[in-house]
Design a protein around this ligand. Sequence first.
Ligand SMILES: C[S@@+](CC[C@H](N)C(=O)[O-])C[C@H]1O[C@@H](n2cnc3c(N)ncnc32)[C@H](O)[C@@H]1O
Length: 310
Amino acid sequence: MHKEELESLLKSDNKNVASAAFEILHSIELKEREKIKIFKKLKKKPAPTKTKSGYTTPSGVMDAEDMLADAHLGALVDRLKFVPDSITVVDYGCGKGAFLGRMKEIGRELGKIHYIGVDISRGNRYLAGLTAKSCGVADKLKSCDFMNPDEFFRKDVNIDHVFFSHVFHEICLKYLPELLYHLLSKMKAGSRITILEQVTLVEPERDFVTWDADDFDMLFSDFAESSPRPHQTRRGHELISVDLERLDTDVDLESMRKRCLKVYEHKEKKVGEKLRAHGLSEAEDRYLSALYKNINLQLNEYLKSIRIAE
Ligand SMILES: C[S@@+](CC[C@H](N)C(=O)[O-])C[C@H]1O[C@@H](n2cnc3c(N)ncnc32)[C@H](O)[C@@H]1O
């Protein structure tokens, strides 16, 4: 049975069916983890960027335990301890609730936070709900809701802080403009976006696309002011972290579409140039070729979706 079908069974009224689906999904996850371990062992040479080691955060793998060890995220959580008043925090691409796992450190201040976890995966939203309960934050937060992107886009809300933790590389170009348009429209000047992203893809075969400082600058200039990165964690994993403050500017969907397209064309050009450089090792060539293919695929899909809409 397909993973998505299993995820939809998690909400079945029949408890036995839901619990069997949960068990199967859990065993799939364990197998995925095993695959990552094997991949790490096999990966003798780091991928093209000069990172010390790849940061393993493929979809569905990073859990609250990994997140607990992430020093940089600790700094973000610390910031939430000092919020003066009630705020709304959106955990975009919340996954299985790794961020909620860290939020328990906020203690008493949790009562000031309206938490919204958004994810396209129903199964992950369900698991994030379980994490919120098991970490003891669900009933301490001012509110704790999980929704899919469409529900979230329709929601009338003022967002104070958005987190994207290891999500951007997974967001398809065809969804990106709408997502940014809705998010930025719900944010007042002075509200913040924090993005944490891996520099090197662990699983380029999953059609993911990397983001670097240039890309983020292109994407957010006019809408938000950003502070510098990249950032090297104490564990030696190279991450990009972007901390943006929303400017008092208008956003419209059409210009966001053009902007996202431009960023991807820029990505394609950059990776294409790297790929044509001399002296690449076989592993570097393989990695860059996969990345180039992913960017190209997303661009084609996006252009096709625009043509269909016209
Ligand atoms: C690698 S996981 C990261 C989860 C979590 N933020 C963390 O740091 O552990 C990426 C998550 O983003 C979600 N995702 C991917 N594309 C998305 C989109 N367009 N909208 C919402 N969620 C998305 C996936 O379902 C997955 O749960």
